[in-house]
Design a protein around this ligand. Structure first.
Ligand code: SF4
Ligand code: SF4
Length: 216
């Protein structure tokens, strides 16, 4: 079984698990998965975002539908270079981070029973109805936290890597990456992958004509 198909199955299982926990009113269990995702990020990068997160799963399906019907969406403020987001995106990142984690603390202190994870999932999916997938991946508070452990170097067991010698700079990988995680290297031609943004989705590996992209 190829990795993309395996990813689809895993995503489907976690999406079902999400709705099951929601139905059973046991969403606290999802917080454990978020914690595990953070830990896994140290060793394999943002596998939570690419393989587990219900928003990522629904967005993958949305993107597939939009591509099928040739519908174009925009990613406002999203022309990052060398992995750096533009000011507008940085402000939104901070805003959503404060709103989500501030909201969690406030509602707990006031004893208000509201599930912010479910609200966030609904909101993220709603936003991606009108904007490209990468827009939400960058402003999502969970994604931002996951990127913190994903960028820890030295302890990575595996990560998506471009083999310089094999890369011909065709840019096909850039075009399929759902989080703009691929950028030109210092030579301006060959590509490199920004690990903190990479969702480990294997889309780039599939399209690379010279098989220059590896997970190792
Ligand atoms: S397309 Fe490649 S670089 Fe982009 S998120 Fe997927 S695995 Fe990472
Ligand atoms: S698709 Fe492969 S050969 Fe083309 S730019 Fe990306 S890594 Fe290089």
């Amino acid at each position: 079984m190829n990795r993309r198909r395996a990813r689809g199955i895993v995503q489907g299982v976690f999406l079902l698990g999400f709705f099951l926990l929601l139905t059973l009113r046991r969403m606290q269990a999802w917080v454990i998965l978020l914690g595990l995702g953070l830990l896994l990020g140290v060793f394999w990068g943002r596998v939570y975002c690419g393989w587990v997160c219900p928003m990522g799963t629904v967005m993958r399906f949305e993107t597939w539908i939009y591509q099928k019907f040739g519908i174009k969406r925009k990613a406002p403020g999203m022309k990052h270079e060398n992995g750096k987001n533009r000011g507008f995106v940085k402000i939104l990142q901070l805003l959503f981070l404060v709103m989500f984690f501030g909201g969690m603390i406030t509602t707990q202190r006031l004893g208000i029973r509201v599930n912010l994870i479910v609200i966030l999932v609904g909101f993220g999916v709603g936003v991606s109805l009108f904007t490209k997938e990468e827009f939400w991946h960058r402003i999502c508070p969970h994604g931002l936290v996951m990127s913190l452990t994903a960028k820890i170097k030295g302890l990575k067991l595996k990560k998506m890597t471009v083999e310089k010698e094999g890369c011909i700079g065709c840019g096909q990988c850039d075009r399929v990456c759902p989080n703009l995680s691929i950028t030109a290297d210092k030579d301006g031609k060959t590509r490199r992958i920004i690990t903190k943004d990479c969702l480990v989705c294997f889309e780039c590996e599939k399209v690379c004509p010279t098989n220059a992209i590896y997970f190792r």
